[in-house]
Design a protein around this ligand. Structure first.
Ligand SMILES: [Zn+2]
Length: 259
């Protein structure tokens, strides 16, 4: 996205943006002197785009800026360790922890915020497939935005295509799931975000998603309940209207689970 310092930013495709985009007042030279996180925040605010924990902000991150972000996070992480009164100089195990955590956040567990959607090739439905199709279980690795604790689980996707639907390869479902899950969020929102992306890409008559996951903020801390998994689902289109279809999906899913 080309943004000169005086032109309003057009609301980008994947980001959740309002209509109150403002012209950026600062020049790129001014921005260059700011920390990368402030620079990216400035562009987001200027474009009236949301940047919640589970939002993708890739369109506002310029090449090289994720390296700068990692540097910033590492510095702040070092301050957190210091505040926890951990001797990161004397304790060889924690000497490089701040840098490792920064890299883990930006490049791995939260990368779905900073990287654009993986390329997905869509095929026209030439065979006019209109049978229920189930993909899963797909492994889910996410984190809760309340505690930054891991959420680990599985997801199943049911698609009822029509002749106008776009079909995407099976492995692409896993890549889209990974892109959405690698953000801090809560499970209900994760499933809704995934449903929105798939609805827009595949344009099926019906879409069903079930997610089952362990929340480490329940197991590692809090009530320390080791057996509590959370299951939630989203049903769209035909799955809402047709109880038989819903039953068929849930029955196939139970069968898949037990095999
Ligand atoms: Zn939590």
């Amino acid at each position: 996205m080309a943004t000169s310092s005086k032109t309003p930013i057009a609301p980008p495709g994947d980001a959740d943006c309002g209509s109150n985009a403002l012209a950026l007042i600062r020049t790129e030279e001014d921005l260059a002197r700011m920390p990368a996180s402030e620079r990216i925040r400035y562009r987001l605010v200027g474009a009236d785009c949301r940047f919640h924990a589970n939002d993708n902000i890739a369109e506002f991150v310029r090449p090289g800026e994720t390296d700068e972000l990692k540097e910033e996070v590492a510095q702040h992480m070092q301050a957190v360790l210091r505040a926890l009164v951990i001797d990161t100089e004397g304790d060889h195990n924690t000497q490089d922890t701040a840098r490792r955590v920064a890299k883990m956040f930006v490049d791995e567990v939260f990368r779905g915020r900073y990287q654009p959607m993986p390329p997905v090739t869509e095929f026209p439905n030439v065979e006019r497939l209109n049978e229920l199709m189930i993909v899963g279980p797909i492994a889910v690795r996410s984190a809760c935005s309340h505690h930054m604790c891991p959420i680990l689980g599985r997801i199943w996707i049911g698609v009822l295509p029509n002749e106008h639907s776009n079909l995407i390869g099976l492995s692409k479902y896993a890549r889209i799931v990974d892109w959405i899950m690698t953000r801090p969020q809560i499970q209900e929102e994760a499933v809704t975000t995934l449903a929105n992306v798939l609805q827009e890409r595949v344009k099926p008559d019906g879409l069903a998603i079930v997610m089952e996951a362990d929340h480490f903020c329940m197991q590692w801390r809090g009530v320390k309940d080791l057996d509590s998994a959370m299951t939630n689902s989203v049903m769209r289109g035909e799955f809402l209207k047709n109880p038989n279809l819903r039953r068929e999906f849930l029955a196939l899913l139970t069968k898949k689970q037990s095999t």
